[in-house]
Design a protein around this ligand. Structure first.
Ligand code: GAP
Length: 513
């Protein structure tokens, strides 16, 4: 199945099984805004818990905060977001559609890559085992011509982006490459303009002189402006970290790929404050710690890679992304940045307050350097859905759709099913749920055949199903079915709690880190 089709299936699965709904659906939706359903919210909460506990429980020197979404507007001037958090936009005069100029050009580069890939695939089919891809790529005239055009475009585009960006040059590239609007099919383009991604609103009534405030585009600034409050009240000593989970808002123009790029999303960010000069050692350490956290979910090491940034923001001295293999390629899920003392120095300058750290060991004051780990909850959610979605052919010829979610993150841990709706089996099943519901999210299901009920639980990723049968009434044992292997074992009801707790708890997952 083409990866594009797999992705479409994952998106519709998310809706059909109560994970993610388009926002305001009965009003035809709201672009790039989504709601999480009954299963989605449980999965999302479990992701947040896994992250929070790995930061705050497992590190004595990391504490959490929850800062407000509204912040003093000067914060966003100091952070650079008011002046530089922009996308270059271009409109098509015929369709009236708005595009990101950089994305139009990147799509054009991808078209050259596709042409090359098609030539290679065609030749591989023609020559079979005798095909030498390397030789073909370096000698085939059509491939070489596509590659030449692609490299020239890439070079010109990089130069334009690095020059501010140079908006006139971006437009000229679009014209020279004869890029057309996908809706109108015309090249009737406007000038390229910079567009700020922050949403703004007004605080206070207009008569009083309302103040323009922003919906935060990242949670990090709430940590920076509180770092000294936390350090002093928590008697924290450098190195220490502050973690936060919260909503962020960006007026993304090209919102694509479902919950990958949203206008309202959630971030889990941790700023780690260190002594200047030690930051690159800490950067290396956090890079490794964070990749370990991802890999512990068990999707396979080949699903992850680092993307080290070659071009760094002027305030950063190292940066990398952790990318996950989605059906549409390796994509950034988390960023790890060594941000020097840029943010704290800017806040010191703009607020006029001394926010230096006093080091009791050396008796000196300094502005700490910061390592940031920043991950999107929704993007993590999407990567987990993509890694977990499987269609399997069964021995009896049927196909089952199963979400092989990491057990600790699954929305429902245990489904309890009476074999039949009579003979006291439903009552026994309820008794089991009543005993276990304090520890796990359990679901009761008595409708349809056992096979259909298993399929329903497979589709939402429930790791275990318990079947109560007539023997249960006398031997107090149940059948425990494993989602992934479909193996069944007979276990005493009295042992269910400990057997399952061990296999599905976040604590067990954290112990593997
Ligand atoms: N404080 C640093 C910061 O915000 P970022 O690379 O802009 O860095 C960090 O964002 C993470 O937030 C990304 O790796 C991604 O997971 C998530 N993210 C950013 N923009 C997003 C969007 N529009 N929709 C969903 N997630 C987003």
């Amino acid at each position: 199945m083409a990866q594009e089709d797999v992705f479409k299936k994952i998106v519709s699965h998310c809706k059909e099984y109560g994970f993610v709904f388009p926002s305001s659906e009965i009003y035809d939706g709201l672009g790039a805004v989504y709601d999480y359903g009954q299963n989605g919210v449980e999965l999302k909460n479990n992701i947040k818990q896994y992250w929070w506990q790995s930061m705050v429980l497992l590190h004595e020197n990391i504490v959490g905060i929850d800062s407000a979404i509204f912040m003093h507007p000067t914060i966003w001037k100091a952070s650079g977001h008011v002046d530089a958090f922009n996308d270059p936009l271009i409109d098509n005069r015929d369709s009236k559609k708005r595009y990101r100029a950089d994305v139009l050009i990147e799509d054009q580069i991808a078209k050259y890559d596709d042409k090359i890939a098609k030539e290679v695939a065609k030749a591989a089919k023609k020559y079979g085992d005798a095909f030498n891809e390397e030789e073909f790529r370096s000698t085939n005239a059509r491939v070489l011509e596509h590659q030449r055009k692609r490299d020239a475009l890439h070079e010109r585009y990089s130069r334009a982006m690095n020059a501010g960006p140079d908006l006139n040059e971006l437009r000229q590239i679009i014209l020279d490459e004869e890029i057309v609007c996908p809706i109108s099919g015309t090249k009737n383009w406007t000038e390229v303009r910079q567009f700020n991604l922050m949403f703004s609103t007004e605080m206070g009534s207009t008569a009083d002189g309302a103040m323009k405030v922003y919906l935060r585009p990242e949670t990090a600034q709430g940590i920076f402006v509180n770092y000294l409050n936390v350090q002093k009240t928590g008697r924290m000593k450098i190195p220490f970290g502050i973690a936060q989970i919260g909503k962020a808002f960006r007026n993304e123009i090209v919102a694509r790929q479902f919950i990958f790029r949203m206008r309202e999303f959630e971030q889990m960010e941790m700023q780690f404050f260190v002594k200047p000069g030690t930051e690159l050692e800490w950067f290396k350490q956090w890079k490794e710690t964070r990749l370990r956290w991802h890999k512990a979910l068990g999707f396979g090491d080949d699903h992850y890679r680092y993307h080290d940034h070659e071009k760094l923001a002027h305030y950063a001295n190292a940066a990398t992304d952790i990318e996950f293999l989605m059906p549409f390629g390796f994509k950034e899920v988390e960023g790890i940045h060594s941000r020097t003392n840029f943010d704290l120095s800017q806040h010191e300058k703009f607020s006029g307050k001394n926010i230096k750290y006093f080091d009791p060991e050396t008796n000196e004051s300094y502005t700490p350097y910061v390592i940031e780990t920043s991950i999107g909850v929704d993007r993590m959610f999407l990567s987990i859905m993509c890694g977990s979605y499987h269609e399997e052919k069964l021995e009896n010829g049927e196909t089952r759709v199963v979400l092989k979610l990491p057990a600790a993150l699954a929305p429902v841990k245990l489904a309890v099913m009476p074999l039949v709706k009579k003979d006291g089996l439903p009552e026994k099943a309820r008794e089991i749920i009543d005993a276990l519901k304090f520890h796990f999210n359990c679901q009761y299901d008595e409708k349809d055949s056992i096979g259909k009920r298993y399929r329903r639980q497979d589709a939402i990723g429930t790791p275990y199903c318990v079947t109560v049968d007539h023997d249960t009434l006398t031997d107090n044992c149940v059948t425990l079915r494993n989602r992934d292997t479909m193996q069944q074992e007979r276990v005493p009801i009295s042992e269910l709690d400990s057997i399952i707790a061990d296999r599905v708890s976040i604590t067990s997952l954290l112990k593997t880190l």
